[in-house]
Design a protein around this ligand. Structure first.
Ligand SMILES: C[S@@+](CC[C@H](N)C(=O)[O-])C[C@H]1O[C@@H](n2cnc3c(N)ncnc32)[C@H](O)[C@@H]1O
Length: 208
């Protein structure tokens, strides 16, 4: 009984996905994910990627955001990290590891000679079926990226990260406001209406 309910649900998700305009456009344009449009919209709004940008993409798999950034970045260095394997993208150095470990953070810092211009994170915790718990776990990932950014981002650098509008949203917002001069939120049109996700855009560290 449980199983058939679940398979009905995933069947309707597949139908919905195929009708989705962003899914169709991602297939036409050769993006690996419909998420690619979220970064396109975020960059249109805040304009933080250019040809010189040194760029770190955390939670990069399957690679939509890295593809979008690699179409703009020419001279800057690009590093992507994911716990899952990601197929190669030209000019992108991929680290296949858990971002949360110190070992991975050390590997990242060794790849950038200087502090980083832009850090983006689309990391999402694996879903458990408990929406509140999923929300808290993804927001913890966001908080970890904010703390990491204070050590590795340039003073005028930009951080963009996914978070969920849940009970601990305010805590993450407080943390970001403590560390950055400018903090904004933006939900791209390509983010599904029913999703509680939004993106935090932080600019200029308060202290270095
Ligand atoms: C929504 S997907 C990212 C999609 C990507 N932005 C794109 O455009 O293709 C979230 C990713 O976060 C990754 N992730 C979650 N926790 C992670 C962790 N601790 N370290 C590294 N990657 C993680 C997942 O493996 C997953 O691939």
């Amino acid at each position: 009984m449980r199983k058939s309910k679940k398979s009905k649900k995933s069947k309707s998700w597949v139908i919905k996905q195929h009708r989705d305009q962003f899914y169709k456009r991602s297939k036409t344009l050769g993006y690996r994910s419909r998420s690619a449009f979220k970064l396109i919209e975020l960059n249109k709004k805040f304009n933080f990627i250019n040809k010189n940008t040194n760029f770190l993409d955390i939670g990069s798999c399957p690679g939509g955001w890295s593809q979008v950034a690699s179409q703009i970045i020419d001279i800057g260095k690009m590093v992507s990290v994911d716990i899952k394997k990601m197929n190669e993208i030209k000019n992108v150095k991929f680290i296949n590891a858990d971002f949360l470990t110190n070992e991975t953070k050390d590997k990242i810092s060794l790849l950038f000679a200087n502090r980083i211009d832009v850090i983006v994170s689309d990391m999402a915790a694996n879903t458990t079926g408990n929406k509140n718990l999923d929300c808290i776990r993804t927001n913890m990932l966001c908080a970890d990226v904010i703390n990491f950014s204070t050590e590795f981002l340039k003073k005028e650098g930009v951080l963009v990260a996914k978070l969920f509008m849940g009970e601990d949203f305010i805590e993450v917002k407080k943390l970001a406001k403590k560390k950055f001069k400018r903090v904004d939120f933006f939900k791209p049109d390509s983010s599904r209406d029913e999703s509680k996700e939004t993106y935090i855009h932080c600019k200029s560290l308060k202290t270095l």
